[in-house]
Design a binder for this molecule. Structure first.
Ligand SMILES: [Zn+2]
Length: 132
């Protein structure tokens, strides 16, 4: 039946409207009565804006590169802190708490240039070295 399908103005308007509303392509297809591919192809030819899957938007932190040049002072989840070498190079990596416990994190304050820790923890580290 798809062979006889004709895009009339009603259907085009409906496609545009549902597309703007952010309905999944499959769902739009169901509403209008064509396949997902037909919707995607038509939308492409109409020059409708590319769809971002809402799943990938909120999901993978590896896609969020912005934090490298923006607000590095915000608290990042530990696994990101461990993975992001650039970040930890500029931030105090003094461990806070017990690595085996969930509350464990790093200090994260800006380091003294040339040292791995912030001022406070550099002093601590130096004191410890002298004492031991
Ligand atoms: Zn520190």
């Amino acid at each position: 039946m798809e062979k006889n399908f004709v895009w009339n103005e009603d259907k085009l308007n409906k496609l545009k409207k549902l597309w703007d509303e952010g309905l999944p392509i499959t769902k739009i297809g169901n509403e209008i009565g064509v396949s997902r591919n037909a919707i995607a192809g038509k939308a492409h030819r109409m020059g409708l804006p590319k769809r971002n899957s809402p799943i990938s938007k909120s999901g993978d932190p590896r896609k969020n590169q912005q934090y490298n040049n923006s607000d590095t002072s915000k608290v990042l989840p530990l696994k990101i802190m461990l993975r992001d070498v650039e970040w930890s190079r500029n931030r105090c990596c003094w461990p806070i708490g017990d690595p085996k416990l969930p509350g464990f994190s790093f200090c994260g304050t800006s380091i003294i240039p040339g040292r791995p820790y912030c001022e406070e923890h550099s002093n601590l580290a130096y004191t410890n070295t002298r004492e031991s």
